[in-house]
Write a protein that binds this ligand. Structure first.
Ligand SMILES: Cc1ncc(COP(=O)(O)O)c(C=O)c1O
Length: 359
């Protein structure tokens, strides 16, 4: 495989191929195994990871899934079948709505009630206005497409209590629960205790390869295992994905507060002169958005030129805006973004805007 090299030398983008090359990941994974580590079974990496996450999240049981997409659809399917109800509530910018080709409906016959304003967090008032029996409601904490926004703790509890009184289940899209925890400053199990089912990602905060875990009570996880098998997700020997996640759990989870501090410092540097705008201000989590007064295509081109000339990657993707003269991108601080000083990021954004203006 020698001879394949990436043009990216440094990157603000969490998932840039810098620290996650196969070789570096394999080296980290090797440190966790010895000759006796079994690939499968109760002492294999998947079972170890499931037990650790169940413990951290304070749930009876946890189950590995190859993707969060599958894990969440299974959780909602179970809540729906138990209650004989097909509708669930989720924010219009929920991953389930935007990125999953309506799998909840095509595969499971469920209906998503788009709840709340697409550009604002879900509120108790939005939930109270639903007016039909729900199987479940989904909270994405933090709400990624809103710049990592989170409801206040008491607001969240009020929303969940309201949904529960209607007999619906509460499901947490905790793809980035470690990021959310830096805001709530409560143990993971206290956050997870608010929900019947909790999904966490193995490759976002934890920087693994891929994969997800669903945690809940034992009966729910037993039923989820059946659905995982039906959907083709009961893959044996998923140990490389579990091992990669375990390396992140051992090393990265504890760095989240430092990532959040750095995000706050970067956002302050960006907002210092008003050329661009970091939102929310200050960021609530290590993840926030940078809004630019320049159209998407010009910004993409400027970023591609900076990457080609300096090996510097600034984002994974540039987002459009209802105002075509504006665009935005996400910064999710992890080890990659820790390599950049706040002033350097602000300078780079100026460079993007200068270049975009002259294209
Ligand atoms: C908030 C959120 N939920 C769910 C998912 C789905 O996870 P997966 O890519 O493992 O299917 C993602 C993935 O980006 C996500 O960001």
């Amino acid at each position: 495989m020698s001879g394949i090299s990436s043009p990216v030398r440094r990157s603000l983008f969490l998932h840039a191929p810098i620290r996650r090359t196969p070789r570096l990941m394999l080296e980290r994974m090797l440190a966790l195994v010895d000759d006796d580590t079994p690939p499968d079974g109760p002492d294999g990496p998947v079972a170890v990871l499931e037990r650790r996450l169940a413990g951290l999240l304070g749930k009876d049981s946890a189950l590995f899934f190859p993707s969060g997409t599958m894990a969440q659809q299974v959780a909602l399917r179970l809540h729906a079948d138990r209650r004989g109800r097909r509708a669930f509530a989720a924010h219009p910018q929920s991953h389930l709505e935007v990125w999953e080709e309506q799998g909840y409906n095509a595969v499971h016959g469920l209906w998503l009630r788009r709840t709340g304003d697409p550009h604002e967090l879900l509120t108790a008032r939005d939930l109270a206005a639903i007016g039909e029996p729900l199987a479940a409601a989904v909270w994405e904490l933090p709400q990624r497409d809103l710049g990592g926004l989170l409801p206040g703790w008491d607001d969240l509890r009020e929303q969940i209590a309201l949904v529960r009184t209607t007999g619906a289940a509460a499901h947490l899209d905790g793809a980035r629960i470690w990021e959310a925890q830096t805001y709530y400053q409560r143990p993971l199990d206290e956050i997870a205790a608010l929900f019947d089912t909790v999904y966490v990602s193995l490759y976002k905060s934890l920087q693994g390869v891929r994969g997800a875990v669903l945690a809940s009570d034992a009966a729910t996880i037993d039923a989820a295992r059946v659905w995982r098998q039906r959907l083709g997700g009961g893959i044996r020997d998923a140990w490389p994905l579990a091992l990669a996640a375990l390396t992140g759990l051992d090393t990265l989870a504890e760095r989240m507060p430092a990532y959040r501090e750095h995000a706050i410092a970067i956002a302050a540097a960006i907002n210092a002169d008003g050329a661009a705008r970091a939102h929310p201000d200050p960021p609530q989590t290590p993840l926030f958005h940078v809004h630019l007064p320049a159209p998407r295509r010009a910004v993409e081109q400027a970023g591609a030129d900076i990457l080609a000339e300096h090996g510097l990657q600034l984002w994974g993707r540039v987002r459009t805006n209802p105002d075509p003269a504006r665009s935005s991108f996400e910064i999710s601080v992890g080890d990659n973004a820790m390599d950049f000083t706040p002033e350097e990021v602000a300078t780079l954004i100026h460079e993007v805007l200068d270049r975009a203006a002259h294209l």
